[in-house]
Write a protein that binds this ligand. Structure first.
Ligand code: SIN
Length: 533
């Protein structure tokens, strides 16, 4: 779709913001349901996190002896450390086979083994149920198939290079569209009774992350400013193993957990395989356990990394071509060398509070994928449940929008307000403060210091272009994560407090809910959103 001129005004039934697995699945299904849909994305279609996912899609297809959906549900609940919504977990896991079949019908090709699909295993899974594509390039294949299908769908305009400024609301607080700006900061209004946020998480809050540069929490900021709630924001999942090549800022190469699933072992600088003393599943313990154990081991041994010993894996190059290429770029051959690895920010377990059909508290506003908090992940996401969630909730959200828009519709009212000035800090200060104090191992003093450092460089600015929108979103997310992390005085899942090192079941079943006050600042409250049956 070409860039419209300044002050343009266009109409659709549904605006989808974001073009990863959840956004494109929702958009394609909504078009199939007869809706006029436009996809808006600030970058290229494949610039989000989806294409970087390596391991696979966790899905039970009935062809693996000893595995079933109950077991997948149980593993998801164990990983989530008591904060999952059991009904959401069941709905999403049970929706997996149909969503996976639909993705294959759209052209995604998965690896085979013998007469069937290949399977691998990652941390927290008690069965080989993760379906890979391209060895360790699953997200790239999923994104390729969805982008190709979207590009081949004439009825689906794809508005790249446009950033969402604010959700447009009428006087009753209903969605009437999305304010956007193009790459030159020229504003426009997309009028629609439904907006679906599928913008991913907020990994760029941290200096070192597996997330690409586009992943700055924009959708959560849009939703909060529109009056929606967010929850579980303190649960930032750190992937245990990114390739360590010295201190670095920005996206780091992932070393998929499937490498450990195929037999690789973590070792410290003395060569000790330390995970066997930490957890019964050793190197395949849930991700939060492994990341925290690595962090402790690095501190205890004075190392900047630990090492992954993959030298026992046969056929490494064919099985893990992406990891092999990253290692080769750094002069490492995983067939003979130990691979230096360290944890890095990876996945936002919390997000905009939405049900499994993507509906939020704001009429007409939907959220799907990493931007949403459906209750699937709890305090720690089970590996490879994210592509699954994007596929299932993306499809369900399209159905929900079609259902909600069915029947006679009143004319769309005009929006009551235009985008306004919001708190914005320098993102380098934000990333430094969050990395120093809000990673694995937080305490009250560090969280307060990070908050003060960010506050001292925060002013009120009207975001008018991509950089401004991203800085505003990162500022808001930093304030919200720090407030929630300071409030949760326990250690649970991927929220590790060194001053409250134990799990405290006072906090069981209690998700921390974030809303905005009149000045646009996050306020944290308790809320029983979860409920493990
Ligand atoms: C990995 O392959 O280790 C990452 C997959 C995921 O985050 O689910």
């Amino acid at each position: 779709m070409t860039s419209p001129s300044s002050g343009w005004d266009a109409r659709a039934d549904l605006v989808v913001v974001g073009s990863g697995v959840a956004g494109l699945t929702a958009a394609l299904d909504a078009v199939a349901a007869g809706l006029r849909v436009v996809v808006v994305t600030k970058d290229d279609l494949d610039a989000g996190s989806t294409r970087w996912a390596q391991g696979g899609i966790a899905v039970v297809l009935g062809d693996v002896a000893g595995d079933d959906t109950d077991r997948h549900i149980a593993d998801t609940l164990t990983a989530g450390a008591g904060l999952n919504d059991a009904l959401a977990v069941a709905a999403i896991v049970e929706g997996g086979p149909a969503a996976f079949a639909h993705l294959r019908a759209r052209g995604a090709v998965f690896d085979s083994s013998g007469n069937g699909l290949a399977r691998t295993r990652e941390g927290g899974h008690t069965a080989f149920r993760v379906v890979p594509a391209g060895g360790d390039a699953t997200g790239a294949e999923v994104e390729r198939a969805l982008v190709a299908t979207a590009r081949g769908t004439a009825e689906l305009p794809l508005l790249t290079g446009h950033v969402g400024l604010d959700v447009a609301l009428d006087a009753a607080g209903r969605v009437v569209g999305l304010w956007v700006a193009d790459d030159h900061g020229r504003p426009g209004l997309l009028r629609a009774p439904a907006v679906l946020l599928a913008t991913g998480g907020y990994g760029q809050l941290f200096s070192s992350t597996t997330n690409p540069s586009a992943v700055t929490g924009d959708g959560i900021a849009l939703a909060l400013r529109a009056g929606a709630t967010a929850a579980d924001l303190e649960f930032v999942q750190f992937h245990p193993t990114v390739l360590y090549t010295g201190p670095a800022v920005g996206r780091r190469p992932l070393v998929t957990e499937a490498v450990r699933g195929e037999g690789a072992v973590l070792r410290d600088r003395a060569g000790v395989a330390f995970m066997t003393d930490v957890h019964p599943l050793a190197d395949l313990a849930p991700r939060d356990v492994v990341a925290a154990a690595i962090t402790r081991r690095m501190a205890a041994t004075g190392s900047e990394c630990v090492w992954l010993d993959a030298t026992t894996i046969d056929g490494f190059v064919a099985r893990f071509p992406t990891v092999f290429a990253s290692c080769a770029d750094a002069g490492i051959d995983p067939r003979v060398d130990l691979v230096p690895v360290t944890p890095a920010a990876h996945y936002s377990c919390g997000g905009v509070v939405a049900d499994v059909d993507g509906r939020t508290a704001v009429p007409g506003l939907y959220a799907a994928g990493e931007v949403a908090r459906t209750g699937l992940h709890g305090a720690n996401r089970l590996a490879s449940n994210s592509l699954l969630e994007g596929l299932v909730v993306g499809a369900r959200a399209a159905t929900a929008v079609a259902t909600d828009l069915a029947g006679p519709r009143p004319a769309l009212a005009d929006p009551v307000a235009r985008p306004a000035a919001v708190p914005v800090a320098d993102r380098r200060v934000v990333q430094r403060a969050m990395s120093a104090s809000a990673g694995i191992g937080r305490d009250a003093a560090g969280l307060a210091a990070a908050s003060d450092a960010i506050e001292s460089v925060t002013g009120r600015v009207l975001p008018a272009d991509r950089a401004g929108v991203e800085d505003a979103a990162l500022t808001l997310l930093a304030q919200a994560v720090l407030a929630a992390a300071g409030t949760r005085r326990e250690t649970r899942g991927c929220h590790v407090r060194t001053d409250f090192p134990d799990r405290d079941d006072v906090w069981q079943r209690e998700s921390l809910v974030v809303t905005l006050d009149g000045d646009g600042r996050p306020v944290v409250g308790g809320g029983v959103l979860a409920g493990v049956a």
